[in-house]
Design a protein around this ligand. Structure first.
Ligand code: AMP
Length: 249
């Protein structure tokens, strides 16, 4: 069984994003970029399935600018077998990504596609669901446990009230939640080895997909600043303060 893992290059989760002065987006100039954290978890899970003998090949794919190659090489260094880079000059939207992925699914016929539940730059949480719709495959989103047995996969999902387990027949689409696993670090020898693993360069046109944006960002603004807290000397003083603020009667 092949496992396909889409990985997105995003602003590093440790970086505090700065909004551009003209409010058109987030400033990415000289900002550290990394693999979307949920995608690292997806790569890790795919590699574990291969190590357990449930998968035979792990293919990673990224749709983005040439620098997304670095993200793909990271996934190869973690243990993925080969990579596909689909060049995109502009920012890509979930529907465009899902269409490209659907075409790759058609070509590669993976038994499982494991995506992140969301990309931390756009927080869309849409691509996996759209891919499931486009390919007509069953989906298990927000996975905190994945177990492949025979021609089915059991996915434990993090839902509001607790955990829900669903059984999907393969081929299927899964999206990862934070508690699924802890991704490994790539060792130096594996980073070196990853340099010679195959990385195919494609364009969206190769898959017959038009990536032109369908959404327009109206405005991006910083969240309003939180006011500094105040220390009070006693419970009575706290109640007085709350009364002044109209929070307590
Ligand atoms: P989103 O729907 O944008 O929140 O993204 C959900 C997931 O879809 C991500 O965690 C990735 O696995 C995948 N994805 C989104 N955009 C891309 C992209 N440009 N290239 C590869 N995978 C992507």
């Amino acid at each position: 069984m092949k496992v396909l893992v889409p990985v997105k290059r995003v602003i590093d989760y440790n970086v505090k994003p700065r909004v551009k002065a003209d409010g058109t987006g987030v400033d990415l100039l000289n900002v550290k970029m990394s693999m979307n954290p949920f995608d690292e978890i997806a790569v890790e899970e795919a590699i574990r399935l291969k190590e357990k003998g449930a998968a035979t090949e792990v293919i990673v794919v990224s749709i983005g600018e040439p620098k997304a190659q670095e993200t793909l090489r990271t996934a190869l260094a973690m243990g993925a077998d080969r990579a596909i880079l689909v060049a995109a000059a502009q920012e890509v939207e979930p529907l465009g990504v899902a269409k490209v992925l659907a075409a790759i699914v058609g070509e590669e016929q993976p038994g499982l596609v494991i995506l992140g539940k969301q990309a931390i730059d756009d927080d869309s949480n849409q691509t996996g669901q759209m891919l499931a719709a486009l390919t007509g495959r069953p989906q298990g989103t927000f996975a905190s446990k994945i177990e492949v047995s025979g021609d089915a996969v059991e996915v434990t999902r993090e839902v509001d009230g607790g955990l829900e387990t669903v059984r999907l027949s393969l081929p299927a689409i899964v999206t990862t939640d934070l508690r699924l696993n802890e991704p490994r670090y790539a060792s130096l020898p594996n980073i070196m080895k990853a340099k010679s693993k195959p990385l195919a360069q494609k364009t969206a046109a190769d898959y017959g997909v038009d990536l032109s944006p369908r959404l327009r960002t109206v405005q991006v603004a910083e969240p309003s600043k939180r006011q500094a807290g105040v220390k009070v000397g006693s419970v009575d003083e706290l109640i007085d303060r709350l009364r002044d603020l109209g929070v307590a009667a």
